[in-house]
Ligand binder design. Structure first.
Ligand code: AMP
Ligand code: MG
Length: 393
């Protein structure tokens, strides 16, 4: 059985190169730029007033005659002679030979005459043409994650389409004869299906929007057929359940029948030991354990980083940090443990209810403590590493 680190390296080794696509700017947020971007225009495109006031030529003194007005959106052609000023507003074009804007709070205007109470320094209150970017100069590099500020910057340069890395299409395939839809009356021997809800929510939080949901009963033909169509319609398959060694676990066999190559099966960890990973051409397949808490641990540790990498992100793992244990912890399993925990003020509490079928402790946690297989006992106040689940609470 391979270790957690070996499993992580194998997944990384088999990473699929992010695929560039052109999208409308509105679709580009939370995506990664696939190209360097240079400015198609001078920014600002013309010298603009940064304030409401009066445009003058510097080093003037005394009284000015107001010869006209420049407001935002207009393109007046003023040429100032000695002793002349133009009324101007924020964002408006500065007359070609004006070099200073005096703010309106620092002047007195009587009829058409302007007296300046307080002279600003020459060049004040003007945003010079091209001061942010000259046409053709670099703006954002390939690999930048676009958020709302990046979107605004690009829109402001007149760009309405960008090349970003495509978001993989993801299939969630749940398996199990015992599964019933929430909202129905539970029949004897059945349980409510929760993994698809969990995985969809986790994918949604991480901005993976193209998610297709498939269901199969514990039946080899149905499993094979569903995997066949899911491979045709998606980039990454997440199978839930059916990957253990029981008589009714058909996932592995059905994957082989579809020509999916096994990269690894089983990781020396708890929870999530039966994790399966494989590939077929540029498709990647994760067989996740059926138990919800085990499935979610595998999602955070293995699936999410792989999906983020495929989307072009450089920082793909959950943030690692360390904190001091508030109670001692034992590990007699020889396996790497991922324990649901709550971090607060630098101290970390490992929660009760670590069973792989229990979700309540997950809802109370904001971290997964990582305890290496070779570590049998961790004392109170000892430092441990954890993965920040990034919920922000
Ligand atoms: P399996 O890996 O298929 O043997 O499933 C392991 C455990 O997880 C069993 O108790 C299943 O009933 C449960 N399980 C499997 N799939 C789901 C699911 N989609 N939602 C909730 N529990 C599940
Ligand atoms: Mg099952």
């Amino acid at each position: 059985m391979i270790s957690v680190n070996q499993a992580l390296s194998l997944i990384q080794l088999e990473a699929v190169a992010p695929r560039p696509v052109e999208v409308a700017l509105e679709e580009a947020s939370e995506k990664v730029l696939a190209d360097n971007i240079s400015s198609p225009i001078d920014m600002p495109p013309f010298s603009q007033s940064a304030m409401d006031g009066y445009a003058i030529r510097g080093n003037s003194s005394g009284e000015f005659r107001i010869i006209g007005e420049s407001k935002a959106g207009d393109a007046p052609q003023f040429h100032l002679d000695e002793g002349e000023a133009v009324r101007i507003f924020t964002g408006a074009m500065v007359p070609e030979n004006a070099d200073t804007v005096v703010i309106q709070e620092h002047v007195e205007v009587k009829y058409n005459k302007l007296s300046i109470i307080k002279f600003p320094s020459t060049g004040a209150n003007i945003r010079l043409k091209g001061e942010q970017f000259q046409k053709g100069s670099p703006v954002l590099n390939k690999g930048t994650v676009l958020n709302e500020s990046g979107i605004a910057l690009l829109a402001g340069l007149g760009i309405n389409k960008v090349k970003v890395f495509d978001t993989p299409k993801i299939a969630i395939i749940v398996t199990g004869d015992e599964l019933q839809k929430p909202g129905t009356v539970l029949k004897p021997g059945k349980i409510f299906e929760s993994n698809s809800f969990m995985l969809k929510a986790a994918l949604k939080r991480n901005k993976f929007r193209e998610v297709h949901h498939y269901k199969v009963r514990d039946n080899i033909l149905e499993t094979k057929e569903t995997i066949r169509s899911a491979l045709a319609e998606n980039d990454v398959l997440l199978l839930s359940g059916g990957i253990s060694v029981g008589e009714y676990d058909f996932v592995r066999e059905a994957l082989f029948a579809n020509g999916v190559e096994e990269i690894f099966y089983k990781v020396n960890q708890k929870p999530g030991k039966p994790l399966w990973f494989g590939k077929k051409e540029d498709k990647r397949v994760f067989g996740l354990p059926g138990n919800p808490a085990a499935s979610l641990v595998c999602f955070y540790v293995y699936v999410l980083p792989a999906l983020r990498r495929q989307k072009g992100f450089k920082n793909v793992d959950l943030k690692k940090a360390s904190a001091v244990l508030s109670r001692p912890a034992e590990n007699k399993s020889g396996k790497s443990l991922f324990l649901k925990a709550k971090v607060q003020d630098g101290r970390i509490d490992i929660l009760d209810g670590q069973s792989s079928s229990m979700m309540h402790s997950f809802t109370q946690s904001n971290a997964l403590v990582m305890i290496p297989g070779e570590k049998e006992l961790i004392g109170k106040n000892e430092k441990v590493e954890y993965l920040d689940l990034g919920y922000g609470y």
